[in-house]
Ligand binder design. Structure first.
Ligand code: AMP
Ligand code: MG
Length: 346
């Protein structure tokens, strides 16, 4: 069977896709963060298909997606007041909360944890699908494990082909945010940021009063370390080339790259800096002046650079808080935290 492509604006799509989900199939779903590879979160066999199709390690738990905040209590217990506050302010939207899980969610969905990550996505067709299916949809990012995330239906097709490895894709156009959801763990003494995303640390702190930042966000975690979110330790978001972040002014970075440039090198930069890197095979992923264009364009650009002839990528990375914090985190992970200070190399 070939993979079916549904259009997001076809009124029949939620119903048709829900039939596939209820029958235990895989449907790639558009969300405002990235495309997810979805299955019935309550069906162990369906969830196993997600891990298999992606080549995802079994100890990396899935996020479950619900159609509205009222469904939270079906799947979680001992929900703190902070979760309701966050849901009211940021749902539907790019925020995932980690909460104690009820027994109705199979152990394989949460990789044996006693917690579950839950999100209510903004994209209307996907919420309609979840409501129609009547079950939560477990969905990690729809990329093959270890590859840059998928922000279009075409990216999903590129990873899995058309030959029915996944049953259907709902084409909802490019994801607006472009980086995965913010994850906040509410099961500890203090709320803890596990992954930055479209909901910023500043917004969370303003609402929660306090927020711990997990060290996996800004440093490399070795594979034998026990971490709160197992997914944190895996290589992520990376094309096959080695990525290096080059910090400093555009001029200093361009001077450094020109001095070291070899065949097989490429540059991932801001649109404003394209002229500076003109001789060094540059690809822009958005405008420095508008960080939302950087988050929306990052994964498509990383995918376009995922070609065998490209061996090394010098990347320019936005600095600071807000959404730049999430973009910087993804790029640094893709670079395994390798940074070159171009100003010091002048
Ligand atoms: P992705 O597969 O790209 O959608 O990422 C899902 C992320 O959510 C991974 O980093 C997981 O480790 C994280 N996650 C899922 N469930 C939990 C959980 N119960 N506790 C902590 N992190 C979780
Ligand atoms: Mg992922």
């Amino acid at each position: 069977m070939k993979t079916v492509i549904f259009r997001a604006d076809d009124p029949q799509t939620p119903k048709k896709a829900a039939e596939i989900i209820r029958a235990g199939g895989l449907v790639a779903i558009p969300t405002e963060t990235v495309y997810g590879l979805g299955a019935n979160a309550m069906d162990e066999a369906a969830v196993a298909k997600i891990f298999q199709a992606k080549g995802r390690p079994q100890d990396n738990p899935l996020i479950i997606h619900i159609s509205c905040a009222d469904e939270l209590e079906r799947y979680c217990h001992d929900i703190p007041q902070s979760a309701y506050l966050l849901a009211e302010r940021f749902w539907p939207g790019p925020l995932t909360m980690v909460l104690p899980v009820r027994d109705c969610i199979p152990k394989s969905t949460v990789s044996g944890n006693d917690t579950v990550a839950v999100r209510c996505p903004k994209t209307a067709v996907t919420r309609a699908l979840i409501a129609e299916a009547g079950v939560p949809i477990a969905a990690p990012s729809a990329n093959l494990s270890g590859k840059p995330s998928t922000t279009t239906a075409e990216h999903v097709l590129n990873d899995y082909g058309e030959d029915g490895l996944i049953d259907a894709i709902i084409d909802g156009g490019p994801s607006a945010v472009g980086v995965e959801s913010t994850i906040v763990d509410l099961t500890g003494v203090r709320p803890r940021l596990l992954r930055p995303g479209g909901v910023t640390p500043e917004e969370l702190k303003a609402l929660l009063g306090e927020l711990e930042i997990d060290r996996a966000i800004f440093s490399q975690i070795s594979n034998d370390t026990v971490v709160r979110a197992p997914g944190m330790k895996y290589k992520h978001y990376a094309p096959s080339a080695e990525v290096y972040i080059v910090t400093g002014s555009g001029e200093a970075a361009a001077a450094y790259v020109r001095r070291h440039y070899e065949q097989g090198d490429a540059v991932l930069c801001f649109e404003e800096e394209l002229p500076l890197f003109a001789d060094c095979n540059p690809t822009a992923y958005g405008r420095r002046a508008d960080v939302n264009t950087l988050s929306a364009g990052l994964f498509a650009a990383l995918r376009s650079l995922d070609r065998p002839e490209i061996k090394r990528i010098y990347a320019r990375c936005p600095e600071g808080g807000g959404v730049a914090y999430a973009v910087g985190n993804r790029l640094k992970k893709a670079a395994a935290f390798r940074c070159i200070d171009a100003e010091a190399e002048l």
